[in-house]
Design a protein around this ligand. Structure first.
Ligand code: KG4
Ligand code: ZN
Length: 334
């Protein structure tokens, strides 16, 4: 089954053709990062306008690269939420128009489920497993019971991990998006500042928190600059990264213990972080679990993950979406 998938939830206009959920025939991404960088973050209205400009050529590239036309495509899939409403609407409306014109079933996919399904690409991972999800909008540990059912084991009580990476990067004078920049700067520093992180008690609830950590860095930088002292940016980046990653992997370890499952996967943009992958490997080894994560290009936003999620929804019995499908700024995690 070949699915044409479309994703426009934030600042990447993306389209892909995915075969049977695990094989990517094409993965086109038109990134707006350079456009938003001058504003220090994504400007929703500018994102929508640029999706409108890029959507047709991006879908065309995905089809051309896959060598696929109307007759080869079995279904159209699109991210309907969560994300920026105006941005989502561009993808949803394009997908609806194409599904109608080509007379193909349309499937509505949650962006979060897409990030999780990125783990199926080029892999033989099968549920059940524990998934650590960390992106710009979400931070949670989930039990993936089967291809269509998730149970949330714990999530952030305030900010998402990626949001903290982006805000801390801004305070340190680094460009958007902050995650890769913090990782680069942290490599030149030492984690010598002990920064706040939640404590995970066995049997207790798993709850992440990033707002205190972010405020700690903001206050540290302001205090040092008020005193006219040098700001050890690399050490601060390394300390922040260690604390941010530490709570993610501790949460994952707690979830492995409480579920007794033998597989751990990582999903979302923060999942591209090298320290997180290294620390998650230790956690998985200690728990006797296997570790799974997507290739870097499928960690951050892309449409291949949406095509993968749609395939497993379809084989799990999901119904096509009506042409009245609407975009949603928020969707339930599980
Ligand atoms: O999944 P994603 O592309 O979009 C959302 O669904 O939010 O995640 C974007 C987030 C950004 O906050 C970005 O700074 C972060 O992922 N990110 C990273 C890295 N690469 C991207 N965070 C830490 N280390 C990285 N290498
Ligand atoms: Zn995302």
């Amino acid at each position: 089954m070949k699915i044409l998938a479309i994703e426009t939830s934030c600042d990447e206009t993306a389209a892909a053709v995915v075969e049977d959920g695990r094989r990517v025939l094409s993965n086109a991404v038109a990134s707006q990062i350079e456009i938003h960088r001058r504003f220090g973050g994504v400007v929703p209205e500018i994102a929508s306008r640029n999706h409108t400009l890029a959507i047709e050529s991006t879908v065309r590239s995905a089809l051309d690269e896959a060598g696929a036309g109307k007759d080869d495509i079995d279904a159209v899939a699109v991210t309907y939420g969560a994300g920026l409403l105006g941005a989502l609407l561009v993808g949803v409306n394009f997908a609806k128009a194409l599904a109608y014109a080509w007379d193909k079933p349309l499937y509505a996919v949650s962006h979060i489920r897409g990030h999780i399904a990125a783990n199926y690409i080029d892999s033989d991972l099968e549920p059940p497993y524990v998934c650590l999800l960390a992106s710009g909008g979400h931070t949670a540990v989930l039990r993936v019971d089967d291809y269509s059912r998730l149970t949330c084991l714990g999530q952030t009580g305030d900010d998402a991990a990626g949001e903290a990476f982006d805000k801390v990067a801004r305070v340190l004078g680094l460009p958007y998006p902050g995650g890769p920049e913090i990782q680069k700067l942290a490599a030149e520093g030492a984690p010598r500042f002990h920064m706040p992180r939640p404590v995970f008690k066995d049997g207790g609830a798993i709850r992440f928190s990033y707002s205190g950590l972010k405020t700690y860095v903001v206050n540290l930088v302001h205090t040092l600059s008020q005193r006219g002292e040098d700001i050890p940016r690399a050490d601060i980046a390394a300390s922040f990264q260690a604390a941010a990653v530490g709570q993610l992997t501790e949460g994952a370890a707690a979830a492995l213990r409480s579920t007794g499952l033998g597989k751990l996967s990582i999903a979302g943009g923060v999942g591209a972080n090298a320290l997180l992958r290294e620390e998650a490997k230790k956690v998985a080894e200690k728990a006797g679990a296997s570790l799974h994560y997507p290739a870097l290009r499928y960690c951050t936003d892309n449409a291949a993950m949406i095509g993968a999620a749609a395939y497993f929804d379809i084989v799990s019995g999901a119904e096509p979406a009506p042409l009245t499908l609407d975009a949603k700024a928020t969707v339930r995690l599980a």
